[in-house]
Design a protein. Structure first.
Length: 425
C-alpha cells in the first residue's frame, strides 16, 4: 500500500514538473525585440529602401521636420531609423532615443492596467462604474441644448455606465477640447480638462466631477471617443491604492524595462524631448512652448487617456508583449485570454470608421484590410501629436511611426502602412 502511495506521489511530482517545464517553455519561447542577425531578405531590403525614400521625401518637402520609424517582424527589428531634425532649423538631428509625447497612445497602457486588475479579481468588465466611483450613479443624458447660452435639459440614462463601456468608448462620455461643440462647452463650465497639460489639479478631483456631468448619448448606443480612459485611470487608483503613475511604474514599466516612459520627465531627460511642430500659413515651425511643455513640468495630474511621453523602442516593447500574448522577456504581464479579449471586436455592429474596437484598441475589419492591406484582426491607435502604431498578429508585425507635429499633410501614416506591407511574402 505504501509503495502504491509513493509511486502515485512520485508520478504526481513528475507530472507537475513537466507541467512547470512546459509552462516555462511557453513563456521563454516568446520573442523579444532584437536586431536581425541574418541578412535581410530581398523583399525586406527593398522595403528598407522604400521606407527611407518615403520618410526623406516628407522631410525634404518641408511637411515634417523629422521622424523615427520602427518595424519588427517575429521580434526582429527590420527597420529602426531616425530621419531629419527634431525641429525645423534647430540643427539637432532626430535620434532613435528621442522622447515623444504619445498622448492617446497612453490609452492602451491604461487599458492593460485595467485588465491586470480584472485578473487580480478586483473588478468585472460589466460592473457599473458607480460601484467604485459613486458620483456616476443615476447618470443623465443631454436632451435639449441651447447653443446661445449653453443651457441644457436632460433625461435619465436607460442604464448605468459599465467598465466595458469605458474600455470601448461607448459610455456616452465625450471629450473636452476635441469633442462635440455642446459637450466642449458643458465640460468647460464644469472645469473638466482634456487630460493633456493639466498638471495643477488631481485626477481624482476632475473624475469625481465628471460623474456629475450628463452624457452625450445613452450608454452603449454608439461609439464616441472621449474621456473614458482618464476615468479608467482613476479607477486604477481607486482599486490599487496607488497613483496611476506608481501603478504604471511598478506593474508595467519596470517589468518591461520601459525606462524612458513617464507622465512627467525627470530633469536629466528633458533634452531628449522632441519639440512639437505645426504648419502655420503653409510653413513648418515650432508650436507654442506653453501649450506643449507639460512633460517638463512637475505635474500631479496623471491622465490615463493622454498624459505619457515615451521613446519608440519603449512603446515597441509594450506592443511586442501584446503580440506575444501578454509575455515579454520571461515576464507574464497578462494572460493570453485577456489579450484576446482586448483585441477582439467588443462593439458588435457599431463601427469606428470602417473598423471595430476592442478593449482599448481599434481592430482592423475586412473593410479595413481592403483599404491598405493591414491584416484583419490587427490592433492599433495613435496620438494627437503625430505618433501612430499597429500590431499585425497574422504577419507577426509591430510597426510604429513617431512624428511630433500638430496637423500632418500627405497621408504619411497611410503611406507608411502601405510601405510596410511591400515586404510581406
Amino acid at each position: 500500500m505504501k509503495h502504491v502511495d509513493l509511486n502515485k506521489r512520485l508520478l504526481n511530482q513528475i507530472c507537475f514538473g513537466w507541467f512547470l517545464l512546459l509552462l516555462q517553455t511557453s513563456i521563454t519561447a516568446q520573442p523579444t525585440l532584437t536586431r536581425a542577425v541574418t541578412k535581410a531578405t530581398e523583399s525586406q531590403a527593398r522595403f528598407q529602401q522604400r521606407m527611407d525614400k518615403l520618410i526623406n521625401s516628407y522631410v525634404d518637402s518641408g511637411w515634417i521636420s523629422g521622424a523615427v520609424a520602427l518595424v519588427a517582424k517575429d521580434g526582429r527589428l527590420v527597420y529602426e531609423k531616425a530621419v531629419g531634425l527634431a525641429a525645423p532649423g534647430s540643427g539637432d538631428a532626430m535620434r532613435v532615443d528621442n522622447i515623444f509625447r504619445i498622448a492617446s497612445q497612453t490609452k492602451a497602457i491604461t487599458s492593460v492596467a485595467i485588465m491586470m486588475l480584472f485578473e487580480d479579481g478586483k473588478l468585472l468588465l460589466d460592473d457599473p462604474i458607480s460601484k467604485y466611483i459613486p458620483t456616476f450613479a443615476k447618470p443623465a443624458v443631454v436632451d435639449q441644448y441651447n447653443a446661445a447660452d449653453t443651457t441644457y435639459t436632460t433625461v435619465p440614462a436607460k442604464r448605468e455606465i459599465t467598465i466595458r463601456d469605458l474600455l470601448t468608448h461607448t459610455s456616452g462620455i465625450d471629450y473636452a477640447g476635441i469633442g462635440s461643440a455642446k459637450m466642449r462647452s458643458i465640460y468647460a463650465k464644469a472645469g473638466i480638462p482634456s487630460g493633456i497639460g493639466d498638471g495643477t489639479t488631481m485626477l481624482k478631483e476632475k473624475m469625481v466631477a465628471l460623474g456629475k456631468v450628463p452624457l452625450v448619448h445613452q450608454p452603449g448606443e454608439r461609439y464616441t471617443y472621449g474621456l473614458n480612459t482618464d476615468l479608467l485611470g482613476y479607477l486604477v487608483e481607486v482599486l490599487s491604492g496607488m497613483s496611476l503613475d506608481q501603478f504604471f511604474t511598478e506593474r508595467i514599466f519596470r517589468p518591461l524595462e520601459m525606462n524612458d516612459t513617464y507622465f512627467y520627465l525627470p530633469a536629466d531627460k528633458h533634452a531628449r524631448l522632441v519639440p512639437v511642430n505645426a504648419i502655420v500659413s503653409g510653413k513648418l515651425q515650432s508650436a507654442p512652448v506653453q501649450a506643449t511643455n507639460y512633460p517638463r513640468t512637475r505635474g500631479m495630474y496623471y491622465s490615463g487617456g493622454a498624459g505619457l511621453s515615451s521613446t519608440i523602442r519603449d512603446y515597441a516593447v509594450f506592443l511586442q508583449m501584446m503580440l506575444n500574448g501578454g509575455v515579454y522577456n520571461n515576464k507574464r504581464m497578462l494572460s493570453k485570454r485577456s489579450v484576446e479579449l482586448m483585441t477582439t471586436n467588443q462593439i458588435g455592429d457599431l463601427n469606428v470608421g470602417v473598423d471595430k474596437f476592442g478593449l482599448g484598441f481599434q481592430i482592423t475589419s475586412e473593410r479595413g484590410f481592403a483599404k491598405l492591406g493591414v491584416s484583419k484582426g490587427s490592433f492599433a491607435w495613435g496620438g494627437y501629436f503625430g505618433t501612430t502604431y499597429w500590431v499585425d498578429p497574422a504577419e507577426k508585425l509591430v510597426c510604429l511611426l513617431f512624428v511630433q507635429q500638430m496637423g500632418l499633410r500627405g497621408e504619411v501614416h497611410d503611406k507608411f502602412k502601405a510601405t510596410v506591407y511591400t515586404m510581406v511574402e
